[in-house]
Write a protein that binds this ligand. Structure first.
Ligand SMILES: *[C@@H]1O[C@H](CO)[C@@H](O)[C@H](O)[C@H]1NC(C)=O
Ligand SMILES: *[C@@H]1O[C@H](CO)[C@@H](O)[C@H](O)[C@H]1NC(C)=O
Ligand SMILES: *[C@@H]1O[C@H](CO)[C@@H](O)[C@H](O)[C@H]1NC(C)=O
Ligand SMILES: *[C@@H]1O[C@H](CO)[C@@H](O)[C@H](O)[C@H]1NC(C)=O
Ligand SMILES: *[C@@H]1O[C@H](CO)[C@@H](O)[C@H](O)[C@H]1NC(C)=O
Ligand SMILES: *[C@@H]1O[C@H](CO)[C@@H](O)[C@H](O)[C@H]1NC(C)=O
Length: 417
């Protein structure tokens, strides 16, 4: 009875959204562009994936997109691969899906991911993880984010006393992502160089303060992470888990999260670990990248790069190379005790799935293939979590870094919690 009540009181996160006939996606590429794609369903049920518009304002090296869906503002990070600084840009999304740049500002070098948060007074801000700059920055969203205007708040630089066990990749701290916890009180930043997941609180001025971090296995190189609430994404009570994917260690590790008294930070207890193939044999050279939870809160998906496990028919029907090698997407079923059960190893659609995103209904998964220069949209069975046929695929020039649905989606990252 008790557990039924707690499920009911916490089950608000997972309503299936209606499938619109046409949905836009935004795609960033190191070639300098943000491309607006349209996935359109015909009356016979088949899909077409076409390019609608291109923006160059985030050049030279767009690395990440963060979408403020309610305000229809898209933030783009430019990693600035050959310049001393990166940039943060904001765009208003026009009704036709094209983008109008609002603002662009220099940042510390190498921003690769961003997340929205809200200070205790209800004002929104964005925090960025800087890979090459060894830094976490924060930016206030003017007018609470409605216009796309923003102002600089803070840089928090980090240093390493000596290189990590993998000196080529761990010469310095490398912040790789920023995510917000389900209560909206803390920001976490996996640091690939320092083998830490950094933890920050923030105050009424949205200024971050570094707290005691989570220390992971030396040399494992944590890259991305997601939170998991078994009671549902809207659940404010019950156990909280954190899943961390390591790029150098090829692991996915689950931690039970404890909230310390007086907003003093978080503590972590490991409850599960496997390789990103669910402990099946990993191909040499594998380097996991993205981790996300399905909108119904039942499955966890991880992208593996450079494992070349599959030989597939090129999903891009216009590409003359008909048979290609493909890397892998791993799907796990989430267990309420924080462990994982492998469901499927499926082709990612080509080479180097740096990032992917499920749509709001959870019946599509779009993959950005960095070296394949292709976006592939897979059909996904919401009941079983299995990836299936290709709904659409399209070539985009350059190395693809990020793909976002123009929808309110939940993937285990929280904003404005
Ligand atoms: C640009 O990069 C330089 C060198 O790292 C740094 O000192 C400066 O603060 C950066 N500018 C901004 C606006 O972050
Ligand atoms: C800012 O926007 C968020 C939702 O996006 C809202 O919850 C919050 O109340 C807003 N704050 C202010 C001060 O308007
Ligand atoms: C996966 O293998 C590692 C190393 O042998 C082991 O520590 C871990 O417990 C295994 N995980 C599962 C879920 O079997
Ligand atoms: C890919 O894996 C191969 C081993 O199969 C390795 O030699 C190579 O360095 C890896 N490449 C990248 C870019 O990770
Ligand atoms: C977690 O739950 C799964 C599925 O019910 C079970 O197989 C596993 O042994 C449990 N793990 C622990 C550590 O209790
Ligand atoms: C064709 O596909 C291959 C393999 O995915 C890819 O490397 C290449 O860039 C594609 N070419 C075009 C023109 O799309």
């Amino acid at each position: 009875m008790l557990s039924l009540l707690s499920i009911l009181s916490c089950a608000a996160g997972a309503a299936a959204a209606a499938v619109p006939a046409s949905t836009n996606l935004f795609v960033s590429s190191y070639s300098g562009t943000i491309t607006t794609l349209s996935l359109t369903q015909s009356s016979s049920g088949t899909y077409s994936l076409t390019s609608k518009a291109t923006s160059n304002g985030c050049a030279p090296n767009p690395s990440w997109l963060t979408l403020d869906y309610p305000n229809q503002v898209l933030y783009c990070l430019d990693e600035g691969l050959t310049s001393p600084n990166g940039t943060l840009s904001s765009y208003k999304i026009n009704t036709d899906g094209s983008l109008k740049q609002v603002q662009k500002a220099n940042t510390i070098s190498g921003p690769v991911a961003g997340a929205f948060y809200q200070n205790p007074g209800g004002q929104r801000a964005i925090t960025l993880a800087h890979y090459t700059g060894s830094d976490v920055s924060s930016w206030d969203l003017t007018s609470n984010g409605t216009t796309g205007a923003f102002t600089f708040n803070q840089n928090i630089p980090f240093t390493l006393p000596h290189p990590g066990p993998n000196p080529a990749r761990q010469d310095a701290p490398h912040e790789h992502e920023a995510i917000v916890d389900p209560t909206g009180q803390y920001i976490l930043a996996p640091d690939l160089g320092a083998d830490l997941v950094r933890v920050f609180s923030f105050d009424n001025s949205a200024k971050l303060t570094a707290l005691t971090p989570l220390t992971v296995v030396p040399g494992s190189g944590p890259r991305h992470a997601v939170f998991y609430k078994p009671g549902g994404s809207a659940c404010k009570t019950g156990t909280t888990y954190l899943f961390v994917v390591t790029e150098l260690g090829n692991t996915v590790t689950s931690y039970e999260v404890t909230y310390l008294a007086n907003k003093g930070g978080l503590s972590f207890k490991q409850v599960y670990e496997s390789n990103t193939y669910g402990n099946k044999t990993l191909p040499v050279g594998n380097a996991p990248a993205e981790i996300a939870i399905s909108p119904d809160n039942r499955f966890l998906v991880i992208s593996n790069r450079n494992d070349s496990s599959f030989s597939i028919t090129n999903p891009d029907t216009k590409n003359a190379t008909r048979t290609i090698r493909s890397d892998t997407l791993s799907t796990f079923e989430l267990q309420t005790n924080g462990s994982l059960s492998l469901v499927q190893l499926a082709p990612a659609g080509g080479s180097y799935p740096r990032q992917f995103a499920m749509n709001a209904a959870g019946d599509k998964l779009a993959v950005g293939l960095q070296y394949g220069s292709t976006v592939v949209v897979y059909n996904r069975d919401v009941q079983t979590g299995l990836l299936g046929t290709v709904a659409g695929a399209i070539h985009i020039d350059g190395q693809i870094t990020c793909v976002r649905w123009d929808q309110e989606t939940f993937d285990g990252t929280y904003a404005n919690a």
